[in-house]
Design a protein around this ligand. Structure first.
Ligand SMILES: NC(=O)c1ccc[n+]([C@@H]2O[C@H](COP(=O)([O-])OP(=O)(O)OC[C@H]3O[C@@H](n4cnc5c(N)ncnc54)[C@H](OP(=O)(O)O)[C@@H]3O)[C@@H](O)[C@H]2O)c1
Length: 321
């Protein structure tokens, strides 16, 4: 198929590369044009504008947030103005349920087709073409896009003919992942301060009751104090919890845990966490417990000098005896 791909960030770059590998003709557009260079070397055609990207059977957007998607879709010479009648906009960004509804209505009015197809998986998974796609939209439109989903993902779940349902599923999934990160962070802080080896602890967890990839991936990042390089940036994680709460408010569903997570992200961002991976909220419990001496949390203050650390350890061992 002839595809326009808009948004070449951590995720979009790998997704566009997967489409190229599957033999599709891909025109790529990014606000910062230099990010297209790597894809051009792989056979993509760099296009100069959104409207050029829309001269296609389908245009895929993988943009940061609601503002970015609104600008690209509703702006002058944006997707609504430029996409041919009968062509499809596939929105893979994690956006609000409300914006997804607006997009569906606007595309229908313009005679274009719209599919919400948010994805699960981090940038390394996107680069391998192994994402999980959660799709919502008219069945014939989704069927016509099946080869695109097969190129970027290992499995597609069609959840509804209402696009916004796919966005709700995606947001609820990220809420769950953030909950796991927070819970792991608290458990790790507890056992770590109690003198238990955190790596062995994670091994016990992930080889018994907690075998899911989410525990392995984020448990490993927390143990390694690895908050950089960014796979999924903390401000985007914060955005997803805010969007989850907005959907919950519209549907009148109290989500106390989501409210707590929103504050966790605010704490992280207030302490300079903007450039860190979202898994950095998993380090906050250790900080609250006075364990600031790890490399991953350099933004939270200097590590204690070795004698102080030894003193703290002695004190702790004293407490434990
Ligand atoms: N990273 C993950 O693990 C992951 C996993 C699943 C879903 N997602 C979701 O996928 C989307 C993209 O995530 P990402 O990690 O690829 O983000 P990213 O690396 O920050 O990339 C964001 C993209 O959006 C563009 N953009 C931002 N603001 C814009 C604006 N106002 N106008 C035009 N373009 C704009 C950026 O262009 P520039 O290059 O010019 O800045 C870039 O192409 C997000 O909705 C995210 O929640 C991410």
């Amino acid at each position: 198929m002839k595809i326009g791909f808009i948004g070449l960030g951590h995720m979009g770059t790998g997704m566009a590369a997967s489409l190229l590998k599957a033999g599709h003709e891909v025109g790529v557009y990014n606000r910062t044009p230099t990010k297209a260079d790597k894809l051009v070397a792989q056979g993509a055609k760099a296009v100069a504008s959104v409207s050029d990207a829309c001269r296609s059977d389908a245009v895929i957007t993988m943009l940061a947030n609601d503002d970015a998607v609104e600008g690209i879709v509703f702006g002058e010479d944006g997707i609504i103005d430029s996409l041919p009648v009968g062509a499809t906009h596939i929105s893979s960004s994690t956006i609000s349920v409300a914006l997804s509804e607006r997009l569906a209505a606007a595309h229908a009015k313009a005679g274009q087709r719209f599919i919400a197809a948010p994805v699960f998986g981090r940038p390394d998974v996107a680069a391998e073409g192994k994402l999980f796609v959660v799709a919502g939209g008219a069945p014939d439109a989704i069927e016509a896009a099946a080869s695109l989903f097969a190129a970027i993902g290992q499995k597609t779940f069609v959840v509804s003919d209402r696009p916004q349902a796919a966005n709700l599923v995606k947001l609820s999934g990220n809420f769950l992942i953030a909950s796991v990160i927070e819970a792991l962070g608290e458990a790790m802080a507890l056992v770590g301060k109690g003198g238990v080896d955190q790596r062995e602890y994670l091994d016990i967890l992930t080889s018994t009751l907690f075998t899911a990839p989410v525990y392995k991936t984020y448990g490993g990042l927390i143990v390694d104090r690895k908050v950089e390089p960014v796979g999924f940036a903390a401000p985007l994680g914060h955005k997803d919890i805010r969007l989850t709460l907005a959907a919950a408010e519209d549907l009148r569903v109290p989500m106390p845990l989501a409210s707590l997570l929103r504050d966790r992200f605010l704490t992280l961002l207030a302490h300079g966490g903007d450039t860190l991976d979202w898994s950095a909220i998993g380090q906050l419990a250790a900080k609250d417990a006075g364990e600031v001496g790890n490399g991953g949390l350099r933004h939270f203050g200097p590590p204690p000098s070795p004698p102080l650390r030894r003193e703290a350890q002695n004190l702790m061992q004293g407490e434990l005896r």
